[in-house]
Design a protein around this ligand. Structure first.
Ligand code: GLN
Length: 472
């Protein structure tokens, strides 16, 4: 069975019309995983037996004429930093090599309640730190469009799995672009919700004021369906929030004004990407969409600000991995040396770099000059967006300043790896929803563009992204 054209709606219709069984779909995806994943390395774990059992249950439901829930029979992949009860959850790190999740993350609970079939857990840069999929302790993930190139990160496995037809949809997490960025590199759709729109309970924390879980899919409609399943207030996550405002009146795309951020088409962004974005703008303009050039004057400080706030929060979040409470441990004669040896041996280089940076920024004497300053810059960036959204309804930018690079190309230069976040990180700093959609190719490698909207205006970005998708 060929699963490449399957979407959530097509699965639903096909199952109800008995064109195929759920067992057939699941087995077809598992076959793809078996054939392709030795090379791509998108999965850390595959739950083949359980997935087939669940598929049989779905088939039984259908034969009894029962109604299918929203994700009934849909095969999904989950980034391995979200807890699935009873399964190992590594966060791409050796320090959690033996850690078994004691409960389901809220998003997993919701997916299970809606009949989704979890095929496995996907590879990621260690603790979601990275932009290439090369920082995982479980091997490098490769781009399905070219095995010599990176798939983008840190949700490398989830984006590669969707792109290579190894699942229908997937979940990633996005702290600075880790859903949108690999989606752009792998030619799929990736969406970061408003901060708080989706519960973070059961997501292994990187930087708690920035992290959001988001869907990755082959098209915008699937991303929207999955988002609608996972969103909502969660009593266990105090930062989660239910949107109670009235529906967005402006949601007819022809009434929306799109702002093109001039700084995002300038210095530091590859010319080919600027060209693809300009082509996308002119396609939309030809359809009567109103476009206006706008400015985000503090955008250039986004990366500097993020690489203070994120390591600071990460160094604090990662303090819990001490060999006592979670995961792997080195036994030594005294407690202090067991901390040193456990963390020294089981954390990777990038994670250690960020812990050192973050601890430094938070230490007495430096807190005011670095951490507090960065928080003030974050407010400036937020204010830029508030001002801009008085004039336009949506923003359009490229997703990434460069296209998929060769494996190993940026490994020895962390700063050039950090530049990947240039265009995606502002949405995290301001807590905005954003989506990346495929817009073109450079040398057969995919390039995405990004739409951003004010907080809780997810409907707008889905509308605009669908409209653009239909033009392609
Ligand atoms: N490139 C970002 C980083 O390394 C990605 C973080 C994320 O979104 N998880 O911090």
């Amino acid at each position: 069975m060929n699963v490449s054209s399957l979407t959530i709606k097509k699965i639903r219709k096909g199952l109800i019309d008995k064109k195929f069984s759920c067992e057939e779909i699941v087995k077809a995806y598992l076959d793809n995983i078996q054939k392709l994943d030795k090379e791509i390395n998108a999965f850390i774990a595959v739950f083949d037996k359980q997935a087939i059992e669940q598929a049989k249950e779905v088939d039984k439901l259908i034969s009894k004429g029962k109604t299918l829930p929203a994700l009934g029979g849909v095969p999904l992949a989950i980034k391995d930093n979200m807890l699935v009860k009873g399964q190992r959850c590594t966060a791409g790190s050796k320090i959690l090599d033996n850690y078994i999740a004691p409960y389901d993350a809220t998003v997993i609970k919701k997916i299970k309640e809606q009949g989704g079939i979890i095929l496995g857990k996907t590879n990621l840069d260690e603790f979601a730190m990275g932009a290439s999929g090369e920082y995982s302790a479980y091997g490098v993930t490769k781009n399905p469009h070219s095995l010599k190139h990176v798939p983008g990160g840190s949700s490398s496995g989830s984006a590669a799995a969707v792109s290579a037809q190894m699942c229908t949809v997937a979940l990633g997490s996005d702290t600075a672009g880790s859903v949108r960025y690999p989606s752009s590199f792998c030619g799929v759709v990736g969406m970061k919700p408003t901060y708080g729109a989706v519960s973070r309970h059961g997501l292994i924390a990187l930087a708690s004021s920035l992290d959001q879980i988001g869907p990755i899919a082959k098209n915008v409609e699937d991303a929207e369906i999955l988002f609608n399943v996972i969103k909502g207030k969660d009593p266990i996550d105090a930062t989660s929030y239910e949107q109670t405002q009235k529906a967005d009146k402006k949601v007819d795309i022809k009434n929306l004004k799109i702002g093109v951020v001039k700084e995002c088409l300038g210095h530091g962004v590859r010319k080919e990407i600027v060209d693809i974005t300009k082509e996308a703008i002119s396609k939309m303009e030809k359809q009567g969409i109103q476009i206006e050039t706008v400015s985000l004057p503090h955008l250039e400080y986004g990366i500097a600000c993020y690489y203070i706030i994120m390591p600071a929060e990460a160094s604090s979040n990662l303090a819990r991995y001490d060999g006592v409470k979670f995961g792997m441990a080195k036994e030594t004669d005294d407690l202090l040396s067991s901390y040193f040896e456990t963390r020294g041996e089981f954390f990777g280089t990038e994670v250690k770099r960020r812990i050192i940076l973050g601890t430094y920024c938070l230490s007495a004497g430096y807190y005011d000059s670095y951490y507090l300053k960065a928080q003030k810059v974050r407010i400036k960036i937020k204010q830029d967006f508030e001002n801009i959204f008085k004039k336009v309804d949506l923003l359009l930018t490229p997703t990434s300043p460069f296209f998929p690079f060769k494996l190993g190309e940026r490994l020895t230069d962390p700063l050039s790896m950090y530049m990947a976040d240039l265009l995606t990180v502002p949405a995290n700093l301001a807590g905005l929803p954003a989506i990346s959609v495929p817009a073109g190719n450079v040398d057969k490698l995919p390039v995405g563009i990004q739409f951003m909207a004010p907080q809780y205006k997810e409907e707008r970005i889905f509308k605009a992204a669908k409209f653009f998708e239909d033009l392609c």
